[in-house]
Ligand binder design. Sequence first.
Ligand code: GDP
Length: 311
Amino acid sequence: SQLGPQQDGLVISRFGQHADIEDGEQQIHRCNLRRTLGSLVTGDKVAWRPGLDTSHGISGVVEAVHPRTTVLTRPDFYDGVKPVAANIDQIVLVSSVLPELSCHVIDRYLVAAEDVDMPPMIVLNKVDLLTEQERSHAEKLLQRYCDIGYQVLYVSCDTGEGLEELKQAFNNHTSIFVGQSGVGKSSIVNAVMPEVGAVTGAVSDNSGLGQHTTTTARLYHFPSGGSLVDSPGIREFSLWHLAPERVAWCFREFREYLGGCRFRDCKHGTDPGCLIQEAKENGKIHPERLESYHRIMAAMADKPTRHHPNS
Ligand code: GDP
């Protein structure tokens, strides 16, 4: 078959030996992958050539992957970690008041996000369910994150509160949503991007290769600017692959004290001469953040040596 000139493209979705590549006009082409390509994931920028092989619904071939600025991975039973999405530059951590607002859960996601050096934006969804009093309690709880430089947005898909601000924040970024199941990630996507269904439908499926499975990461463009990578595989990413020394660094307000404790292997618990404890006493570190740190360290000490493939 004949191939056209090489051009740049964006990986919208990858499945097995194929990928959907978007060209400069936002048209999508299902492509074969050159065998020598190496790893290719949603968000990758590639060089590809159009070419027709209509019998299999294939309209091009990916020839090279451009260098990535970032890569998000998930733990993999066989390979340690597996890349899931490339060139993401913003993590949106979604939490909600139902299930109950948990700062410890937020802290776990913050650690994972800091580990990839992407301080996330924190979104508290479903604020319509709060009484005025509960709202001010939630704001008081989340103030600890504002104090250490995170942006916190209050959002309701039901009343529309905060959605305009959220759209603004998506602009000029390739974002990914993380957060526990049920916090409203899909609802937020639907609220800011009702045409997602239409976008998904735009990829014609006359190829017999099957429709996208829900386990495949996929990139969407927001009508108001910016892109979103929706990836079930990474929404609830774990911390097991982190080195224990790294966890303290991932508590961003601990950083300035690290390395200064009296003992080099200070556990930031009861050891004398601990600068983190001292910072807590002086109100520079929130006591519950330090508690979260210890909970994470304790859980990691019990970690399985190998992940179960379905865990
Ligand atoms: P996901 O698992 O994070 O994608 O969560 P979903 O988007 O599926 O939402 C879980 C449930 O929360 C659904 O029943 C939604 O209708 C509900 N929900 C989502 N956003 C809001 C909100 O802003 N207010 C209220 N009251 N319910 C919401």
